[in-house]
Design a binder for this molecule. Sequence first.
Ligand SMILES: *Cc1c(COP(=O)(O)O)cnc(C)c1O
Length: 402
Amino acid sequence: MGEPPPFLPYGRQLVDEDDIAAVTEVLRGDWLTTGPMVERLEEAVRGYIGAEHAIACANGTAALHLAAMALGLGPGDKVIVPAVTFLATANAATYVGAEVVFADCDATDGLMGPAELEDALERAGPGVKAVFPVHLAGQCSDLDAIYAIARRHGLAVVEDAAHAIGTRIAGADGRERFIGDCPEAGLATFSFHPVKTMTMGEGGMVTTNDSNLAERARRFRSHGMRREPEAFENSAMAFMQDGGANPWYYEMAEPGFNYRATDFQCALGLSQFKKLERFVAQRRALAEHYDTLLRDLQLPVTPIRRNPLCTAAWHLYAVLIDFDEIEVERGAVMQRLREQGIGTQVHYIPVHTQPFYRRRNGDLSLPGAERYYAQTLSLPLFAGMDESDVDRVATALQTSLR
Ligand SMILES: *Cc1c(COP(=O)(O)O)cnc(C)c1O
């Protein structure tokens, strides 16, 4: 008997010597934060995605909060958020004092589609200012339709693309574009947490084509401070006798946060970004291998529905299992898989069921989201896996579902 095979988590980073060298080089240099690596990462991501502006920040949650602040959302405003997402999407609206209105999701892919958005709008009544679609697992719903509804109702759009760096979507003309290029005056946010497709350790990014929103997001990233003389309100304090701005001077009209990313995080991000296409290709190949195996083995397991408009950079390999039908609890299946060295996870507990939101919004029934939640399981998927790992997962599933 050899060594047991290594444990397969549902997701993890792939960091190699190049990444380590990129980080240590920055640590030996002059700039640990607010230095040149920040702009280099922003420029790389911006150029790749095809957005006018990219703002690097501390994490994906900060990116969502910055987007909400840039839009000026606040008390009295309502924000539509799909129920199947991580806590952070809804919390970003809560941080700025807005009210969250949860939208249902399709039971087969966990996405808020146009119908679910229309339904949430109807239920919400007046005061809805924004919608935060979530690109669950790395795929997105019919975005053109979502944007069309948003336009009709005057809503801002913040795409939570934490799962979707590298995902492409075809428009009505058939042309593909990257998620995050924000076709209209909206914003997209990314996360570079270690389980995501590329990592900065902790890190995030906001992208937009609107220079005013970009300027606001940048300002709120660093305390709300401004140093442009044309923006100064306290002229007597701001300027010298010759009319030049005092060299130390700054002003704050609205408070922001310290949501900056360090230069060594951005160096890791940039080094990872150079491998993004390879990571995405590996994830796609592994997902295809899963699809084939699950079909061939005839397991009672269905991959989530695929949006044909979308070329997904799979962040998660999520499947649906009717645990009632097979008469095995999901927790028991997860335990059996764990005993065989396989980690799985549930993405996500619908956020409207969280005690905080239940107290605020009352008991709300969202049958699509709840059905999706009851059946979903994320199997291991990360760039460091190979096809034999997928084989191992499929074989273990075969025994664990009985
Ligand atoms: C990871 C994630 C976030 C938050 O990103 P962090 O970098 O962990 O703060 C937000 N939304 C979704 C859908 C995520 O998966």
